[in-house]
Design a binder for this molecule. Structure first.
Ligand SMILES: Cc1cc2nc3c(=O)[nH]c(=O)nc-3n(C[C@H](O)[C@H](O)[C@H](O)COP(=O)(O)O)c2cc1C
Length: 387
């Protein structure tokens, strides 16, 4: 079983994750993880924090001489900003030092419900853990899972297709040169024209002290038929992916394949007809409206999912709120914040999806070592092809 837990506060000393269930013998180095950490940090519209942090992972356990041991991996990312927060975030009470409590909850953030639920008097006790800073270490987990999946020819891609009302309606084929355009775009956007419009909109939001959300897309290729299952609700791969994507801070919706637009069409326009190529001895489809999943299982087509991110809730021109202690009308707190973080969310989307796919691969093909997992995988492929 593949599982993980994360810990750490946004301005605490470090973020930590323990990942258990990666087989022994997978080649893994810091570089494999740092690459994705860097991809999460960039994007037009991000705030000042990302200029301070230069995320690098430290692998504290589970790897020896460049290969996994099959034991739990402990991953740590130091928060460089912690230097500036040592008093406010000190583990020990500092006698005689008064730390000003934040008491003006931001609409849309975890502040309001968190204060009440945990009986706190200071919003910082909530926001430090609710913050999306935590996703840095989830991207690290995702990078390990990505490395594992690559051993089986499975690859993950992402791009931004909408910021606010500006859409990129171009088609993409991530395996060709298009993908380097996306990787080199400041908004992970394929169309240069759409990117220009998105940048202008972000500038406009920044100028007026506002924020923006958008939509990103994740594509996963090289999947065998039959990952996930219809046998039980919690084994359905679409459900697992939906939960993982919705667990990303500020994500308010997910669709797979045609998603919501399928509801407006006739069945004949939606279902992907099945064909058989006698020469290649292969089933095939001409369309992929299902987005690669039918009955909670991969059907051999790429998985395509899209997620909607709401606008960032910390605004430079803050919204109406109420002081939690005095009950007086106030403006919500202003923390240093991103204006738009959809490109980062796309990379996080890849990471959490990589974990879910790796988890279902581990469930299906097991193996204490990578070699054993591959042998099991090959024997399954042998059975399902040439039918
Ligand atoms: C990559 C990323 C960066 C974010 N940056 C900020 C930010 O700078 N300020 C902020 O208020 N919210 C930010 N958010 C969103 C909040 O973390 C999120 O709205 C909050 O934790 C409440 O959770 P919820 O929106 O899922 O209900 C960001 C989210 C992501 C995915």
């Amino acid at each position: 079983m593949l599982r993980y837990l994360t810990s750490g506060e946004s301005h605490g000393k470090a973020l930590i994750a323990i990942l258990e269930g990666i087989p022994a013998g997978l080649r893994l180095s810091n570089k494999d993880i740092d690459k994705d950490l860097a991809r999460r940090q960039v994007g037009y519209g991000r705030g000042g924090r990302m200029h301070i942090e230069k995320d690098k992972v430290e692998i504290l356990s589970g790897v020896r001489l460049g290969k996994t041991l099959g034991s739990p991996l402990t991953l740590m990312i130091k928060n460089l900003d912690w230097e500036n927060w040592q008093e406010i975030m000190n583990v020990n009470e500092i006698k005689g030092k008064e730390i000003k409590a934040l008491t003006h909850p931001r609409p849309g953030h975890a502040d309001f419900a968190g204060l009440i639920k945990y009986n706190f008097k200071d919003i910082r006790d909530v926001l430090e853990r609710a913050s999306a800073r935590e996703t840095a270490v989830r991207v690290a987990i995702g990078a390990v899972c990505r490395k594992f999946l690559q051993e089986f020819g499975i690859y993950l891609y992402s791009r931004v297709i909408q910021i606010g009302k500006v859409k990129d309606e171009s088609e993409w084929q991530p395996l060709n040169e298009n993908y380097s355009l996306i990787e080199n775009s400041s908004l992970r956007c394929l169309s240069k024209e759409a990117e220009k419009g998105m940048i202008a909109l972000i500038d406009e939001a920044k100028k007026s002290g506002d924020s923006l959300g958008g939509i990103f897309e994740v594509m996963i290729t090289g999947l065998p038929i039959g990952l996930g299952s219809y046998i039980q609700w919690d084994l359905k791969l679409d459900a697992c992916l939906a939960r993982a994507i919705m667990s990303i801070q500020a994500i308010v919706g997910i669709e797979i394949g045609l998603g919501f637009s399928a509801a407006k069409k006739f069945g004949s326009q939606v279902q992907d007809e099945i064909f058989y190529d006698k020469q290649k001895k292969k089933f095939y489809r001409l369309t992929n409206n299902a987005g690669g999943i039918e009955g909670g299982m991969t059907n051999g087509e790429p998985i395509i999912l899209r997620a909607a991110m709401k606008p960032i809730s910390t605004l430079a021109q803050p919204l109406h709120s109420v002081d939690f202690i005095t009950k007086k009308e106030v403006k919500a707190i202003k923390e240093r914040a991103d204006v738009c973080a959809v490109p980062a969310a796309a990379v996080i989307g890849e990471g959490v999806s990589a974990f879910e796919i790796a988890k279902t691969m581990r469930e299906k093909f097991s193996g204490d070592s990578l070699e054993e997992a591959k042998r099991n995988y090959e024997s399954y492929l042998k059975r399902i092809i040439n039918r």
